[in-house]
Design a protein around this ligand. Structure first.
Ligand code: ZN
Ligand code: ZN
Length: 413
């Protein structure tokens, strides 16, 4: 095994994990021990860089430093390491390198899969404050965001218990949140296959393990693209910079604009999306002329196009796609923001993360709620109240709440 970072011994940590972190880590260990087959081996594993987030002072909220520049020659080596000292999160590079364990400038980049990140929190849904909690970093006090001071509570939060500010915000995504990012994933697949001609079997869709979806494109014609080319792809998908010329409207003449439809027609890609919005087709030059005039000419029409682009463009994280040296959550591993796994979606339309990605054991753990909370996992509803004494919950539910910072767990024997 080639491993540049330290050897993952507890002694190497800056802080010993608390009881809850130890309990969660133990459940994670059992998952990696019994369900290692769920870990999806990346192509060319020996050319990938791996990274870990450790349990320890960063759990249950991410924030610690990532251990990077790890390399494994086989999935067996990786799994052995995950069982020996289970990390909170496991990442694998989208890039292939000649020397993946070396420092960045000495890795020798050989290409990178094209990846996309759709994050539920980017949709600003009205349901979010009703299922988001503020958790005090100092004393662990937590309460629903909307119970505190309304949706903006995070900005002016003062902990009622210890007076500290700067809380963590943790969200228990609801099915509306999941549906929003699911629909975006479906639209992204459709654009990648329709507009870019990528074969559907080259596009893999994964639930991220918390509140979103990841797409991995494994197509050789994309893996050599540099950061700028990937940024151009993002620009296209988001509709950023969509110009009137693309639909045949240009600056000219006395009236300030002229119209000639592109030779390639308007039945494809963004042209088709804009045409549909404007209810025009290839025979509608007069109608488009009328629309442009109504919008106040070229500049006004451009503003209208920007509005259409915002409506029709995809909501994806540009940095994830543009970064050709990223380590990205590894399929089949657990997400420490939830204890759910990053899993491949068979049928994205009917995919239910709260059953299909909820893969931890059901052995019971003594759980103490830190806030009144209700959660539905694997078809069962769990209701916890702060005033209740500790209760027994199956590990998958106990770990979910602990990862959200909303419960404390005891170490089971
Ligand atoms: Zn506090
Ligand atoms: Zn929601």
């Amino acid at each position: 095994m080639t491993m540049q970072a330290d050897n993952n011994t507890p002694a190497g940590r800056t802080k010993t994990p608390g009881t809850t972190a130890i309990a969660v880590q133990s459940v994670f260990r059992k998952y990696y021990f019994t369900q290692a087959a769920r870990i999806e081996v990346p192509d060319r594993i020996e050319e990938r860089e791996f990274g870990y987030m450790r349990f320890g002072d960063s759990f249950p909220a991410a924030g610690g430093a990532m251990v990077r520049h790890l390399a494994f020659r086989s999935v067996g080596e990786l799994v052995a390491s995950l069982i020996r000292d289970p990390p909170a999160d496991v990442f694998c590079s989208n890039a292939y390198y000649r020397f993946p364990a070396n420092e960045m400038r000495e890795k020798e980049w050989r290409g990178a899969d094209l990846i996309f990140d759709i994050d539920g929190k980017d949709f600003d849904l009205p349901c979010v404050p009703s299922h988001s909690y503020l958790v005090c970093r100092e004393c662990g006090f937590s309460d629903l965001q909307e119970n505190l001071h309304g949706p903006q509570a995070g900005l002016s939060f003062v902990c009622p218990s210890c007076k500290a500010s700067r809380p963590n915000i943790t969200s228990l995504p609801c099915t509306k949140c999941i549906d929003a990012s699911k629909n975006e994933a479906i639209r992204l697949v459709s654009l990648l296959s329709g507009d870019f001609g990528i074969e559907l079997d080259r596009i893999k869709v994964y639930f991220s393990g918390n509140n979103g979806f990841h797409l991995h494109v494994s197509d050789d014609s994309f893996n050599q693209l540099d950061s700028q080319a990937r940024s151009d792809i993002v620009g296209y998908l988001t509709g950023n910079g969509l110009m009137p010329e693309s639909i045949g409207v240009r600056k000219a003449g006395d009236r300030g604009f002229a119209i000639r439809f592109p030779r390639g027609g308007i039945s494809y890609g963004w042209r088709a999306r804009v045409a549909k919005k404007l209810k025009i087709d290839a025979s509608s030059e007069k109608k488009l002329e009328h629309i442009v005039s109504q919008k106040g000419g070229y500049a006004g029409f451009r503003t209208e196009l920007e509005r259409i682009a915002r409506e029709e463009g995809l909501v994806i994280d540009p940095q994830v796609t543009t970064d050709t040296h990223r380590v990205f959550r590894m399929p089949g591993t657990l997400n420490s923001k939830s204890g759910l796994a990053k899993v491949r979606c068979g049928n994205i339309g009917s995919f239910d993360p709260f059953t299909e990605a909820c893969l931890l054991e059901d052995q019971e753990i003594i759980t103490t709620a830190k806030a009144d909370v209700k959660v539905r996992l694997r078809g069962k509803t769990f209701r916890l109240e702060v005033k209740e004494r500790s209760i027994l919950l199956p590990a998958y539910a106990a770990v979910y709440l602990a990862c959200k910072g909303l419960a404390e767990l005891e170490i089971s024997s």
